[in-house]
Design a protein. Structure first.
Length: 569
């Protein structure tokens, strides 16, 4: 198999020589390094590589390619190699030139480049290599080429095979899928016992699981074995940004912490292919990677995680709170943080529900986009997650169409995303439109769209539909004493200071109407639906938990007729 190509195009021969030396010495064993000065020759060679079925992993471009054909050079690179990362090579003093700096910022904002890299200095330049290796890691992760990849083999895209892929996606576990009758599928099946049933999970250590149960998948995801043996200070329901933030701060400050989530890590954030406005990540970061790193951080501090399980009840027992898990086990804690977030609402179109996993997907496009090269994709929704999904799809699909009920994207989407969508030639927006139907033989092939102004319906060809149309909070399982708004989102702080609040003291800012139970993130009424806000609320919730556990004035009182925690055995 041919090595992936690492490309550099630069006009200055001295810089080009340094690029040849730095890239060839460090990466020449695993990548085919090409360093050229002529942009036309570079584009011709990139076209030949694509025609041969080979891949470019990274294209580093100087002004000679950036300015080629009126700024179209890097657009041609993306068309030829949609998976390749594209970075602009710049001199160290580029930011002193206002016009150049503004042009670079515009190119990043409009998606023409992924980021910039400062030209390598003579001799050892580890700063240059940090930038290069981060791009290559992103490329390898996108292409499912990291060594820890779990392989899923199924007879079809939908059904149980899709459920298993969704579990791995939720847990930010690198994975790849192939059909059993493909060449790769037959090769992978040959590593398992002939009696192994489909769908097959092949772990990096060589272990094969045939049609694994949810319990087996929970073990794969690292579930703890004995909950009853632990006395937790705080149990966090939900492993999205708010829950992971609370886990990191809770465990790092010495609280015995358990996180329970019926899916995996990341919540809705994992559907965001690139979050560009999160503090501290100038290149942007995918929701899955952010969740994966937060999960690792919390684990290092000692947080326990229980995936593939959901909480089914919550009650106060003595001076502790008791949660019942779906498998019947019970766990107690001194405080509980509800950070279960919300799930995307369903379209409610039976014909499309039947194609879930076979062209119809609820959530973002991180794991499916690479399979849509040259195809037509639709995104339903007008929020930031929908915009990020559309831009990610545009790297691969021939045409991406965003479908929204409103008359403009600006009502629900950040300005930077609206601007980038407007500058992406293969993304179109259909306003005042709803999806009313669809069909296909075993996989989505067409959609029915209805325009609100005249009610006219149109049937269009479609290879994939990604639905991100609003959220429903995960609060149905909570007791009636936990107050909610008309849509099910949790009321907190001053919102419950009144008839719903049972104590003399005022509720803490994130405390629900059940003393000692706090809410953070998207599950909370009137929360700001942004990742940074959820992370902030998770950290604040832990600060409030410390107050609950140490200050007698705010500690919830035990019910007089409830059994003590010791009586639970």
């Amino acid at each position: 198999m041919s090595l992936p190509v690492l490309f550099a195009v630069y006009e200055d021969e001295d810089v080009l020589d340094r690029l040849r030396t730095q890239l060839g010495t460090r990466y020449g064993h695993d990548y085919r390094v090409q360093c050229l000065a002529d942009p036309d020759e570079a584009l011709r060679l990139l076209a030949e590589i694509a025609a041969a079925g080979e891949e470019a992993a990274l294209v580093l471009a100087g002004n000679v390619l950036w300015d080629a054909d009126g700024g179209e050079g890097l657009e041609r690179v993306r068309a030829l190699h949609p998976h390749a990362k594209r970075a602009l090579l710049v001199p160290p003093d580029v930011w002193t030139n206002h016009a150049s700096a503004e042009a670079i910022r515009d190119s990043i904002a409009l998606g023409r480049i992924d980021y910039y890299v400062v030209n390598p200095a003579p001799g050892l330049d580890e700063g240059f290599h940090v930038a290069i290796t981060s791009f290559l890691l992103e490329w390898a992760s996108d292409r499912r080429l990291v060594p820890q990849t779990i392989h899923v083999v199924g007879e079809e895209w939908s059904g149980r095979a899709y459920e298993l892929r969704e579990v791995l996606e939720r847990c930010a576990v690198p994975h790849a899928f192939c059909l059993a009758d493909s060449d790769q599928g037959r090769e992978l099946l040959g590593r398992a016992s002939p009696e192994t049933s489909l769908p097959l999970i092949l772990l990096p250590n060589g272990r094969a699981l045939g049609n694994p149960t949810d319990a087996e998948m929970a073990v794969v995801a690292g579930a703890p074995s004995d909950l009853a043996a632990h006395a937790f200070d705080v149990v966090i329901i939900g492993a999205g940004p708010a829950g992971l933030s609370a886990a990191v701060y809770g465990s790092s400050e010495g609280l015995r912490t358990l996180v329970v989530d019926e899916g995996g890590i990341g919540g809705q954030a994992r559907s965001s292919s690139l979050i560009r406005n999160f503090l501290g990540f100038p290149k942007g970061i995918s929701g899955s990677l952010l969740a994966e790193q937060a999960y690792e951080q919390a684990s290092v501090f000692g947080t326990d995680f229980l995936f593939m399980h959901r909480a089914t009840s919550l009650a106060r027992v003595g001076d502790r709170l008791e949660l019942t898990i779906v498998d019947g086990r019970r766990v107690t804690a001194r405080a509980v943080i509800l950070a279960a977030g919300a799930t995307y609402r369903r379209l409610g179109v039976p014909a499309l529900e039947a194609l879930t996993g076979a062209g119809v997907f609820y959530g973002g496009a991180a794991s499916e986009a690479h399979a849509l090269s040259g195809k037509d994709a639709f995104v339903a929704g007008g929020g930031n997650s929908a915009g990020q999904a559309a831009l990610h799809l545009a790297r691969y699909a021939r045409e991406v169409t965003i479908v929204i009920r409103g008359d403009s994207l600006g009502a629900g989407m950040s300005h930077y995303l609206v601007r980038e969508i407007g500058a992406t030639p293969n993304v179109t927006v259909r306003t005042e439109t709803v999806i009313t139907g669809g069909a296909g033989e075993g996989r989505l092939e067409r959609l029915v769209l209805r325009h609100g102004a005249d009610g006219e319906e149109t049937t269009v060809a479609a290879d994939a539909l990604f639905v991100l149309i609003g959220a429903r909070p995960h609060t149905d399982w909570l007791p009636a004493e936990v107050a909610r708004d008309e849509r099910g989102f949790l009321l907190t702080g001053d919102e419950v200071a009144g008839g719903d609040w049972p104590l003399d003291r005022r509720p803490l800012p994130l405390e629900t109407s059940m003393p000692g139970v706090l809410a953070a993130g998207d599950v909370r009424h009137a929360s700001v639906k942004r990742v940074a806000s959820a992370v902030g609320e998770g950290s604040i919730a832990i600060q409030l938990v410390h107050g609950l556990l140490t200050d007698e004035r705010v500690r919830p009182a035990a019910s007089a007729d409830a059994p003590s925690s010791a009586a639970l055995g």
